[in-house]
Design a binder for this molecule. Structure first.
Ligand code: CMC
Length: 435
């Protein structure tokens, strides 16, 4: 809960003698917020904020972003330090529980998650209902939603133990679901999880291995996968997380809520941007075409966006983009990929955009998706899988936010209001009398 208000703001409705005093709440860091909950009761007016750019929808202790400074903290720890020193499962523990685990807690958590990596065998048949050319995100929405039909024993959202098991199940099963979505698309047999591997290794194994050959996980790839997962693990109240919270606020079960989050992530303005960046780079094709492409981006009638650029909160470099750009160079070098034309094109595009007044004036910088697609492509993932990988990594963030909401005594159903601009009340007109 935010600190009790020491200051307030008084609002007087013009032309009336009605006024109200609204408390000013402070978090541990970041700007203060006005608590507007009694505004309607006192003044009979609502606030208007399409896109929620100026609205705090909840209290949260999980993730903090300072968009002007380009800072991202998970439970207070800078993303740069976690990316360099931690590992994904440790970050999962941190996000879910609030503190870094000691050795015994880490081992217990690892076992707890890895024990849940298999899917109910009947879920295999569920995949057969999809067309082979279905987008992996369509399969993810369906299969994750279907988990609630298979794990009835953990659906009591008011029971702490049920919530804990659901959290384990979701974090553990998402890699299996995503890897199987790929296997189904390419017509290869599903590969069962191996709990002796790390979380990232196990995912790469299920994704790339085939029963006909021995598969050894490349340590360069598993390190990069782990890093990518850490960078995508949570990002406070973005569209998909807010979707999860809104769905969860109705009392819907966690599997349904995470399926809703996956649907929200899919859009190109959000998690779908990593796939869109690669399509954009392919369309631009060569450094010579950048100028023409950027002219289209700046043309208001064209509706072309520079994908992987801009962010609602970051008005400075997205710190995740910096880390992933470096990782991109390292991975390509370690994999012996010299002078990747896509990376060269992306870097030139970034350089030109960052010196262009259009992007400077609007404070548009590269976000995490600008480089993530290039590294994922180099790691052997098909473009259509990029957003599904984002969903795998973000699941722990969604679950942490859902769990925090369920533990919040102030939790109420999410229910925004509107300015109604439609017809006022009128009488039904029979068909014969309609013009
Ligand atoms: N290319 C060109 N112009 C842009 C872009 C862009 N990528 N992003 C914003 N603008 C312009 C926008 O047209 C507006 O211009 P004007 O003031 O002249 O109307 C101005 O910059 C402010 O943008 P906005 O639309 O108010 O920004 P927003 O906060 O509503 O949107 C965004 C944020 C991320 C949806 C948007 O920047 C965008 O669509 N970016 C491309 C998609 C993308 O990379 N998304 C990934 C986001 S990070 C990972 C994640 O969250 O999943």
């Amino acid at each position: 809960m935010s600190a009790p208000a020491k200051r307030s703001v008084t609002i007087t409705l013009d032309g009336s003698n009605r006024s109200t005093s609204l408390p000013l709440l402070s978090g541990s860091v970041g700007p203060d917020v006005f608590d507007i909950r009694k505004l309607y009761g006192d003044l009979g007016v609502f606030t208007y904020d399409p896109g929620y750019g100026a609205t705090a929808s909840c209290d949260s202790k999980i993730t903090y972003i300072d968009g002007d400074e380009g800072i991202l903290l998970y439970r207070g720890y800078p993303i740069e330090q976690l990316a360099e020193k931690s590992n994904f499962l440790e970050v999962c523990y941190l996000l879910l529980n609030g503190e870094l685990p000691n050795a015994a807690e880490a081992a217990e958590f690892h076992d707890g998650v890895m024990r849940h990596t298999m899917l109910h065998e009947q879920l295999r048949t569920f995949y057969n209902g999809f067309r082979r050319d279905a987008h992996p995100m369509a399969v993810m929405c369906g299969v994750v939603g279907a988990l609630s039909a298979f794990y009835h024993d953990s659906l009591d959202i008011h029971d702490v133990e049920s919530r804990r098991i659901s959290a384990f199940r979701l974090v553990a099963k998402l890699p299996t679901i995503a890897a199987w979505a790929h296997k189904y698309a390419v017509g290869q047999p599903f590969v069962y999880p191996r709990n002796d591997l790390t979380y990232a290794e196990n995912f790469l194994y299920m994704f790339h291995a085939v029963p006909a050959e021995e598969y050894k996980v490349n340590p360069i790839l598993s390190k990069a996968m782990d890093l990518i997962m850490i960078l995508h693990a949570d990002h406070e109240q973005n569209a998909s997380t807010s979707t999860v919270r809104l769905a969860g606020s109705t009392g819907a079960n966690p599997f349904a809520c995470i399926a809703a989050g996956i649907a929200s992530l899919w859009g190109p303005a959000h998690g779908g941007a990593n796939e869109a960046v690669l399509k954009m780079l392919a369309e631009i094709g060569s450094v010579d075409n950048i100028k023409e492409f950027l002219a289209d981006v700046k043309d208001k009638d064209n509706h072309t966006k520079l994908m992987g650029f801009g962010h609602r909160v970051y008005k400075n470099y997205d710190p995740r983009a910096k880390i992933i750009q470096k990782a991109c160079h390292d991975v390509l070098e370690e994999l012996g990929i010299k002078g990747d034309p896509l990376l060269d094109l992306a870097m030139e595009l970034e350089k030109i955009a960052l010196s262009d007044p259009y992007f400077i004036e609007r404070k548009l910088y590269p976000n995490v998706d600008f480089y993530s697609g290039i590294i994922l492509k180099a790691m052997g993932f098909p473009t259509s899988m990029f957003t599904a990988l984002f969903a795998v990594s973000r699941t722990v963030g969604w679950v942490s936010q859902w769990k925090e909401m369920m533990e919040d005594p102030q939790q109420r159903i999410g229910r925004p209001r509107q300015i109604y601009t439609g017809a006022p009340q009128r009488d039904y007109v029979p068909p014969a009398r309609r013009g």
